[in-house]
Design a protein. Sequence first.
Length: 398
Amino acid sequence: AFTLMDQRDYPSYGDYILGKGATTLWEYWDGKLSHSHPMYGSVIRWFFKALAGINPDPKNPGFKHIIIKPALCGDLTFANADYRSVYGVIASHWRLKKDDLYLNVEIPPNTTATVYVPAVDKKLVRAKTSSQNNKAVSFVRMLDKTAVYEMGSGKYEFTSRKVRQLIKPMHVSTPIILPRDSLYVLPQTAKITIECATKGADIYYTLDGSEPTQESKKYVRTFVLRKNTIVRAKSFRTGCKPSFIKSALINFVDPNLNGINYTVYEGEWRNRPDIKKIAPVSSGRVYQFHVKPIKRREDYVAVIFKSYLDIDDGGNYVFYSLANDGSVLSVDGTVVVDNAGYSGKKVNSGKIYLDKGMHFIKVFYYENTGTESLDVAMEGPGFEKQEIPPGKLFLENS
């Protein structure tokens, strides 16, 4: 949970809240659909229930009896939380200073509480009440590296020495490869920067698709690329688990050869459009199967993409096409993916055998109302699922 909250890579709250400047909770991590989905705000519970450790007792609902069980994790040095219950404020404030934990707890009137203090040994824990109350604190037992105490209402202070050794090593934050836009039109060059949010971490990277290790090239400064390259990066720091691997496919296209021709259609329909009954309104060229760069009206719009896909090796290929509201992907006139339901059952992927060479690929996309999105990908011999490389899409069969 801490890694999901802290890392700056996809998928994470750190990625789309801090990395993309979001001020709301999004429906999808990548931000392709709604940017207002507060029902996903349940992560806030983790701040209260895990980090601060404020929990109701299921046997005494409504916070008549309170459980305080803070979680120390990662490189966090403090957490402060106040919850306004029907009995009054419940507070759990903790901070780490060097190796010691300082925990301040407030229990409202007419309630009781059980507090689990992270501890190496009971002898290293000191508990006292504030000068404002004379309630006793009762030590119960040691349980799973915590000292368990029972108490009534009031304010209490706990000090637990040498607890840092109890904190599990965290993963170093996954590196970020910048710029995020990885499509370049020749003769452009790509200036690549790699960052890591974990202080003191070293980044190692490869340019041949292999897994980075501490024997790989160490990132020191921005470097330049001039051809299609798979950049893979991994972060390391003493005392921490290595980061997850971040991969980025840096694509270059030749404007004289590469591209996808598209035609935009407009009309009115109930479920899905009949392409024979809607009129073309504009056309142009893009390098990827994306709808956002195309100028069009908001609702009841369709786009047909056409290109030639260069296949390096003969074999079975799986294509994916997921859209809001629907799409159909065909290769050499054969429907491979139909998630619109034109051919019956809706599917998001399909398999086809392709020989080496050029193959005509067509994607029909439509959107009724709401947010628009289109994701087209493929996998085949020697490579995993990925967006179709723009450098493999050509305007002509030559």
